[in-house]
Design a protein around this ligand. Structure first.
Ligand code: CUA
Length: 470
């Protein structure tokens, strides 16, 4: 009963809170015992005895006693003030700025939604409800909300902290020992409040890194046991047909990429198994009353196909999150951007792409004057190239993709880079405007191998994906 409570702290922050709680309880107990003890003593010692007549002798004022009962609470309250302030200092960084350069802790963002938690990592990984954390490392967590007031509470790891719309609160997030720590939303936030759980998975750094790497991979894995690849393909089509992405790639619902790697579904209402996923898809409200996910009146066959797809490793293949820190490394001082471009082919969705995105589904932005180094790797089985060219209806153009900036193309763009090869080229984005990133190997643009390149007048560079995935 106490294993998942403040009495079993797993971080220095939670330890400080636990110590304070225990200290207060013991002090309270001591005072209660003292007061009740003196009362019982007085009741017995000064009770009415047979033969006693009239009022007992009256005493008016004992200075020593009055000083004692004034001074004692004063000393106690002063003591409580200092131990509480100390616990607050140990358990929370207070109001801080995430842009404070002096801070070296990795930063995570936790966003409350009705009724689930969105979790964003500095690496660009976005997940929901199951938070992975390396053991023994202190993170700064920015706590936000997009709708109503929620409260993020991991009793074994730290203080309860409110998630307030329009305001960011901060806590330290840290776990001393590997394990799964169960948390929840600590403030009533509507019908689904009870199913707004959050699990923290604390694991050794190597395991955490492996998890993070796995979350970044974008090749569709095999379907779960008992399901076939063709069911998964059917499911992928249904996912598009029902426009699941219009919520799940826009942060209205949890991002479902790699949902199969999570332990819980529906904010913790059910564990994540293919059978539960099917039940959930057939009637979400029966599992989580009040949930915003509609009942699509799917047939059992459709629910099964969708389950095959969703429970395939790393499905589904699209995201609306910014992946800047993953694919685009920016050095503000020297104004240099290093862009990782991978030419690929997604067999599940039949399309050529850059970094998994084609048909304009990825938008890369850099400020004007940026020196862009492109590290281009061809991981597909056909030759591909990368050319930054004038923006137009590239899918209708028949070749003639001249670089928009000097050197803004991989070598031999028409014949392409051979499969497995890595090539590097550098150019300066000299003029603001909208450009296209294309593969100049004949026919490949028609097959969807193009994305958008923006040169902005100012501002930070970014990579945004999500519109159309290949
Ligand atoms: Cu969110 Cu209660």
């Amino acid at each position: 009963m106490l294993s998942n409570s403040v009495f079993n702290p797993m971080s220095p922050q939670a330890q400080a809170i636990s110590n304070l709680t225990i200290f207060l309880m013991l002090l309270g107990l001591l005072i209660s015992v003292g007061i009740v003890g003196v009362m019982i003593y007085a009741l017995i010692r000064f009770r009415a005895r047979p033969g006693q007549e009239g009022e007992p002798p009256q005493t008016f004022g004992i200075t020593r006693l009055e000083i004692a009962w004034t001074a004692t609470p004063f000393v106690l309250v002063t003591l409580l003030f200092f131990v509480t302030v100390s616990a607050m200092q140990h358990s929370s960084p207070g109001q801080i700025s995430l842009n404070d350069g002096a801070r070296t802790e990795p930063r995570i963002t936790i966003i409350g939604h009705q009724w689930w938690w969105e979790i964003r990592y500095p690496s660009g990984v976005v997940t929901a409800n199951v938070l992975h954390l390396p053991v023994g490392q202190r993170w700064v967590a920015a706590i936000k909300s997009v709708d109503v007031i929620h409260s993020f509470w991991e009793p074994q790891l730290g203080p309860k902290i409110q998630a307030v719309p329009g305001q960011t609160n901060y806590i330290w997030l840290e776990a001393d020992r590997p394990g799964v720590y169960h948390g929840s939303c600590g403030e009533f936030c509507g019908a689904g409040h009870a199913w707004m759980l959050v699990d923290v998975v604390a694991e050794p750094m190597a395991k955490f890194k492996a998890w993070e790497q796995q979350q970044m991979t974008s090749s569709l894995g095999s379907p779960p046991a008992g399901f076939t690849a063709s069911e998964a393909t059917q499911g992928a089509a249904l996912f598009g047909q029902y426009s699941c992405g219009s919520c799940h790639f826009t942060n209205i619902g949890p991002l479902l990429t790699h949902v199969s790697s999570r332990s819980i579904l529906a904010g913790g209402a059910i564990s994540n198994t293919p059978a539960h996923m099917e039940q959930w898809l057939l009637n979400p409200d029966a599992i989580k009353p009040g949930v915003h996910m509609p009942n699509f009146q799917l047939s059992e066959l459709q629910a099964r196909d969708l389950t095959a797809y969703l429970e395939s490793a790393s499905a589904p293949q699209s995201a609306s999150h910014s992946v800047a820190s993953h694919w685009l490394v920016w050095n503000a001082k020297s104004q240099t951007a290093t862009l990782t471009l991978v030419a690929g082919y997604n067999s599940a969705l039949s399309g050529f792409n850059f970094d998994g995105y084609g048909k304009g589904g990825m938008v890369i932005s850099v400020p004007v004057g940026a020196h862009v180094t492109v590290v281009f790797t061809n991981k597909a089985s056909l030759p591909h190239s990368a050319v930054f060219t004038a923006y137009r209806n590239v899918q209708a153009a028949s070749g003639g993709f001249a670089p928009a900036f000097q050197g803004a193309a991989s070598p031999n763009p028409v014949s392409g880079t051979t499969p497995g090869q890595k090539q590097q080229f550098t150019f300066v984005a000299t003029k603001a405007g909208k450009y296209a990133l294309v593969c100049a190997v004949p026919g490949h643009v028609q097959a969807g191998m193009w994305d958008v390149f923006m040169v902005t007048k100012s501002g930070a560079p970014s990579v945004k994906v999500g519109k159309a995935s290949m």
